[in-house]
Design a binder for this molecule. Structure first.
Ligand code: NAD
Length: 294
């Protein structure tokens, strides 16, 4: 196993990937931030570069100092996969789909250096399913590291080892999470959506059912589930806008597919969410979700 994480690679430069790279930069750890080459791109690093630019505009600020952005090197997976070989920790933060994540880990298993740690930031897809069929060294060094949004500010970090993860790797990542990243680490079992999202997704979808029954608006729900009861401004639907409706739909479907009966019925995606996604109203990253971005 690596002695210390000194260099990282973050794969996926969306909401979470860019935030995780920023949080690493805040503690002095350089990373490469890799994404796919967009179709018809003139600039092949466009997605990662624009993700870094967006970090300067976000509130609350993901970077503790603007200068820290210099520790994040943008790139694309197609041209720069060899950079994965320089990282002590590679974290996958791409779209919440097992097929896509598996393709990423094919690449990671090919390019990573022996002993480097590999992890997924999935919100709840099976970590075991991602490691199947890979090299022994990969499996020993692979686990789930589930950050919450925004990564600089939310304290929870769920760590999900598999049956093949070396206990020393789990212990190292727990200590790294607590002592360097400043997180409260919870070790979770590899069950659908782990712990916090199993509860959180259920709660949000149940809230939507009640909202419909009581004919409430998202603003009305947020007003009684936010600051008035001691929760932050973001409350229910503002939080969903920050998460992204597209991501949330994948996360809810993951549990829907693995439950049955009454519990499963709650995880059924309401038509409102599906319609909003079809219109492109997927939350803050698109400028419009339940609310227009401030
Ligand atoms: P996002 O939609 O903001 O970003 C996803 C990124 O994946 C995009 O930059 C996209 O270009 C990239 N991508 C898509 N297909 C790819 C491919 N084939 N190869 C490489 N990259 C590809 O999503 P996000 O919200 O950052 O979520 C990323 C992961 O983090 C998901 O697994 C999600 O469940 C998890 N997560 C999200 C949140 C949240 O609040 N949004 C919180 C915790 C965990």
């Amino acid at each position: 196993m690596v002695q210390h994480i000194q260099k990282a690679a973050v794969i996926g430069s969306g909401v979470m990937g860019s935030g995780i790279a920023a949080h690493l930069a805040n503690i002095g750890i350089p990373s490469v931030l890799l994404d796919i080459v967009p179709e018809n791109a003139e600039n092949r690093n466009q997605l990662s570069e624009s993700a870094i630019e967006k970090l300067f505009k976000q509130k609350p600020a993901p970077l503790s100092s603007k200068k820290n952005a210099a520790l994040i090197t943008p790139g694309n997976l197609e041209d720069h996969a060899d950079l994965l070989g320089e990282a002590d920790w590679i974290i996958e933060v791409v779209v919440e789909r097992l097929d896509v994540k598996k393709t990423i880990f094919d690449l990671v298993d090919t390019h990573r250096k022996k002993g480097s740690i590999a992890s997924s930031n999935t919100s709840g897809i099976s970590i075991h399913a991602m490691k199947e069929g890979r090299s022994d060294d990969f499996q020993k060094h692979f686990l789930g590291t589930h950050f919450f949004n925004p990564p600089r500010y939310l304290k929870l970090l769920e760590i999900i080892p598999t049956s093949a993860t070396d206990p020393a790797v789990t212990a190292y990542m727990k200590s790294f999470g607590e002592n360097l990243l400043g997180k409260g680490v919870v070790l979770a079992k590899d069950t659908p959506n782990f712990i916090a999202n199993r509860i959180g997704t259920y709660s949000l979808l149940k809230t939507m059912q009640v909202m419909k029954e009581m004919d409430l608006s998202p603003g009305e729900v947020d007003s009684v589930t936010g600051p008035l009861i001691g929760r932050p401004k973001s409350a229910t639907f503002r939080t969903l806008d920050v998460v992204g409706l597209d991501t949330f739909i994948h996360v809810a479907k993951n549990v829907y597919d693995q439950t049955e009966g009454e519990e499963q019925a709650v995880f059924d995606i309401p038509d409102t969410l599906a319609q909003m996604k079809d219109k492109g109203w997927i939350g803050a990253k698109a400028g419009q979700g339940f609310f227009k971005k401030d």
